[in-house]
Design a protein around this ligand. Structure first.
Ligand code: AGP
Length: 373
């Protein structure tokens, strides 16, 4: 027993839980994943897209479940913005039974950390059955989906033990953004200077993620201690921030069992704001962006109604006036922002789980890969 404990502690590399260890591994695994998809073989190449096929793509359909679906939501926007073609992000369990009407030139990308999730596999198979070209993004070499898809890109996050996905998710986002850049380059929809600045933003991300962990670990712990007993949380974001907010809410639910719901912050005013009280904290993704003034106005409204606001964003006076607590992130290109903003929300969920005495690495009712049916 003592030996087993020693071995377990060794593999946690001194961290009390795998989830915390995996959060801290992100700078390293992001760097490794980005090196393989940007400096190494291009992401498009790995996904089976060459210059000729890139011209034929008329539509990208992303399918995934859970956290991987949140990565798909981010990628959907990036494909539309950088490649200039319609892109959708579907929940695989819906898509497998109700796929979109088959259209020529549809490229389907299935995203799954494990590569074994039944719904995602079946969604990819349904797309193949109607003749679509498919690709998979998986973190597990040789996984079923990677073997069956027409192209496969492996994220290099290393084994993820904690059920709550952290490092695998940010690596998926990095790989998908690199793929959107690569396809944009092949289709010439992305000009060279925008491409350079995006690649630079991605290459800066591992170092910035390290800085975010250092800057937010204590604030996340204090925030969790201040809100340990609260049972209902809202997570808000706009644009690229909305999927990040969804991911923050999912992490909090899984690890702490608190109820958490995410909304696009503009939509929040259309009903859910009725639930705001001093006992329903709001966690907002509020980086500098074109829509920042709108987010700040939403947050001020929430505070006037008695809500407490924890904001992820650049530490500046405007945000300080609109939030009770800030989880600071540095400025970056809006497209790379999710890589940074996801991290303090992971830490917050982790600290809430610890403060509430939960089984951090193996939450009840969950397994690492959802198989069957
Ligand atoms: C993530 O924290 C969850 N445990 C879960 O939502 C997971 O992302 C989902 O089941 C999909 O798993 P996959 O990426 O292995 O397909």
């Amino acid at each position: 027993m003592a030996r087993k404990m020693e071995k377990e502690d060794d593999s946690k590399r001194g961290f009390p839980h795998y989830m915390l260890k995996e959060i801290h591994e992100q700078p390293e695994v992001l760097e490794r994943t980005l090196a393989s998809v940007i400096q190494g073989t291009s992401a498009a190449d790995m996904l089976g897209v060459d210059a000729a096929y890139a011209q034929k793509i008329q539509r990208v359909e992303l399918v995934a479940c859970g956290t991987s679906w949140h990565a798909a939501l981010i990628a959907r926007r990036a494909f539309e913005e950088l490649v200039g073609i319609p892109a959708t992000a579907d929940i695989a369990s819906e898509y497998r039974d109700w796929p979109h009407r088959a259209r020529e030139g549809t490229w389907v990308i299935a995203i799954t950390q494990s590569g074994e999730t039944t719904d995602t596999l079946e969604a990819m198979r349904a797309a193949k059955a109607v003749g679509h070209r498919t690709a998979a993004i998986s973190n597990v070499q040789g996984s079923t989906i990677a073997r069956e898809a027409d192209g496969a890109l492996y994220t290099l996050a290393g084994t993820e033990v904690a059920i709550a996905s952290t490092k695998a998710c940010t690596c998926q986002v990095a790989a998908l953004l690199a793929a959107a850049i690569a396809v944009g380059r092949l289709r010439k929809s992305l000009d060279a200077s925008r491409e350079r600045s995006l690649v630079q933003a991605l290459e800066n991300a591992p170092r910035q993620v390290k800085a975010v962990i250092d800057a937010t670990a204590d604030v996340a712990r204090e925030a969790a201690r201040a809100h340990t007993t609260e049972e209902s949380f809202f997570f808000l974001g706009r644009g690229y921030g909305y999927p990040v907010a969804r991911e923050g809410a999912l992490k909090l639910k899984e690890t702490s069992y608190a109820h958490a719901e995410a909304y696009p912050s503009g939509e929040f005013r259309h009903g859910p704001i009725a639930l705001i009280s001093g006992r329903t904290p709001v966690v907002a993704v509020a980086p500098r962006s074109k829509q920042r003034d709108k987010i700040l106005a939403n947050l001020q409204d929430i505070r006037e109604k008695g809500g407490k606001v924890i904001a992820v964003g650049t530490q500046d006076p405007e945000l300080a006036r609109s939030a009770d607590r800030i989880l600071p992130i540095p400025e970056t290109d809006e497209i790379a922002m999710p890589l940074l903003a996801a991290v303090p929300l992971q830490l917050f969920a982790y600290e809430m789980a610890v403060a509430r005495g939960r089984e951090v690495d193996s939450p009840r009712n969950l397994s690492k890969a959802v198989l069957g049916n």
